[in-house]
Design a protein around this ligand. Structure first.
Ligand code: NAP
Length: 527
């Protein structure tokens, strides 16, 4: 049996969150190691390499805000693809030296807390054991892929690929391809492969309210000017908006605007592209059905205009009657999805309910992930009472400040359950939470505190707040939304993100810290 390795902090995952933790915990003089299941950096950007995969947060704010890192890095596009994102992580490594503190091919399977010594004991799939005072879970929102229980899937003779396990040698040129799923992943992949395959059949259960991306090449000279004049302001500004992006919700109620004013407002957001028409629109979109109907009607008109001679396709992609309110399932960004790429869409299934059988060389499963909680619950994490967190959360996720949980001391997660995670730009929430955790650890070291754990009372109050905020809006009106934990059979439906926006979330976190970490119990070192 190998010797136990001892650290101050063990971080699980080497995406944006894990790297931010490592870079900044080092500055406190702590010993830190990242345990990473993959063989290189990047987290979601290491694992997701399907054709067309790219980020849907607009740069320059989808990157680390540290000037040391943005000063010498230039993106080629506003919405870079996975290859460029992977190159970015390599650049960060060259600049700061990340990999020397990452153990790759190290999937953590269990984490057990020992209350007698205030230490976590972690075990990897291959049996190595690690011990640390703190555990930082940076496992991302979409690290556990989901394949529905399709009858007969194992009897399919062609290739089957889930999008997050894309093989490097997959050539779809001239192939007959079927794709199940039209979420963000499905839409990206469909528009990319449609021109090269012989035939593409898309199996759509629910239409995606996709928005125009309006991709732009970045001019290096203009970017340099922006760096000199505005970058630091842009990074501060992203902490002040609901979504951590640069656009923000407009407080004016939709119906207070005249029809003309509203149309011009919508046109402006539509032309700006990206998420402007969603988290840059009238804020009551998420609360008022009437307001939402206005947004949907505009979106439907715009989409139908792009497929003018196909009434049947119009009804499939942008139905007259909305299947759910606009924006309560995450819209995605598209570049040519609604044009001529779709040859055939059939209802759910491979042998469809009308008896038609579809034959393919390759079947693509763009069926998503056990979103938000899957990365954490797939590790057997046991705290003070020995109960696995997966079991605790069976009746619903309970957290304090969307980053810690009662009975699991010295354990934090970043960009996970009940944080603003998927309602926000990744790096914004990640840096906000990561900085808070680092400051908390610094405080504990200064005050000789050996463990910190949320009280049940504080956890219940916070989780209740998330539930109440979630129930006040239209989020629950989409039957299969992963925002509401409804995409995985058996998962308890509930609002999984903090739905009050970044500034409100930051205030709650700061209030706790400024009041001596209110809502947490702390234990001092005995000697
Ligand atoms: P997803 O949004 O969960 O979409 C899964 C798709 O599979 C949906 O269309 C779903 O239909 C369908 N599906 C699931 N089970 C099915 C079944 N049994 N039968 C038929 N269809 C079924 O997953 P995703 O597209 O991978 O995206 C997940 C999230 O990852 C995104 O929302 C985003 O946050 C992130 N992502 C981001 C980017 C980016 O930044 N550019 C790209 C890709 C993904 P229903 O809609 O009816 O449930």
């Amino acid at each position: 049996m190998s010797e136990t390795q001892e650290y101050d902090v063990l971080v699980v995952g080497s995406g944006f969150a894990g790297i931010h933790q490592l870079m900044n915990l080092r500055k406190l003089g702590l010993t830190v190691k990242i345990l990473e299941a993959g063989v290189d950096l990047g987290g979601t950007w290491y694992h997701n390499t399907y054709p067309g995969c790219r980020v849907d947060s607009m740069n320059p704010v989808y990157q680390f805000s540290d000037p040391e890192l943005w000063r010498d890095w230039s993106w080629s596009e506003r919405y870079p693809g996975w290859k460029e994102l992977q190159e970015y992580f390599q650049y960060v490594d060259r600049k700061v030296g990340i990999k020397r503190d990452v153990l790759f091919s190290s999937r953590v399977v269990s984490a057990v807390w020992d209350d007698s010594v205030d230490r976590w004991m972690l075990t990897t799939e291959d049996g190595r054991v690690f011990r640390s005072q703190f555990l930082s879970l940076c496992t991302g929102v979409g690290s556990k892929h989901y394949i529905p229980d399709f009858k007969g899937l194992d009897t399919f003779k062609g290739q089957v690929h889930h999008t997050s396990k894309w093989p490097t040698d997959c050539d779809l040129q001239g192939k007959k391809v079927g794709i199940i799923g039209t979420g963000a992943t499905g839409v990206q992949l469909i528009q990319e492969i449609a021109p090269i395959v012989e035939h593409l059949t898309v199996f759509q259960r629910t239409p995606n309210y996709a928005l125009p991306m309006r991709q732009q090449k970045i001019n290096p000279e203009e970017d340099e000017k922006l760096k000199n004049n505005l970058y630091s302001i842009l990074f501060s500004r992203r902490l002040q908006t609901f979504s951590g992006l640069l656009c923000d919700l407009d407080p004016k109620p939709t119906l207070d605007a005249t029809p003309e004013e509203r149309t011009l407002f919508y046109e402006d957001k539509w032309e700006k592209g990206g998420f402007h028409f969603w988290v840059g629109s009238y804020g009551d979109l998420f609360f008022s059905q009437q307001a939402n109907d206005e947004a949907y009607a505009f979106w439907r008109k715009k989409v139908r205009e792009r497929i003018p001679d196909h009434p049947e396709l119009q009804e499939k992609l942008a139905p007259m009657k909305p299947p759910h309110p606009f924006g309560v399932k995450r819209p995605c960004l598209e570049q040519r999805y609604f044009e001529d790429v779709i040859e055939e869409i059939t209802p759910n299934g491979l042998k469809t309910s009308d008896g038609t059988e579809h034959s393919f060389d390759v079947l693509v499963l763009a069926t998503g992930f056990d979103m938000v909680t899957g990365g954490i619950t797939s590790i057997d994490i046991r705290g003070q009472d020995g109960v696995p967190i997966k079991e605790k959360w069976e009746e619903g996720v309970r957290t304090y400040l969307g980053m810690a949980s009662a009975t699991y001391p010295n354990m934090f997660w970043i960009y996970g359950p009940q944080s603003p995670c998927s309602f926000s730009n990744g790096p914004t929430t990640i840096e906000l939470t990561s900085d808070w955790i680092i400051e908390c650890i610094r405080y504990m070291k200064d005050k000789r505190i050996s463990s910190i754990v949320p009280t049940e009372e504080a956890q219940n109050a916070y989780s209740e707040q998330v539930d109440v905020l979630g129930a006040a809006a239209l989020w629950s009106k989409a039957a299969t939304s992963w925002y509401m934990a409804c995409n995985i059979p058996g998962k308890k439906p509930q609002m999984l993100q903090f739905p009050g926006g970044i500034p409100a979330y930051a205030k709650l976190c700061n209030d706790s810290a400024e009041n001596g970490y209110k809502g947490f119990d702390m234990k001092r070192f005995s000697a």
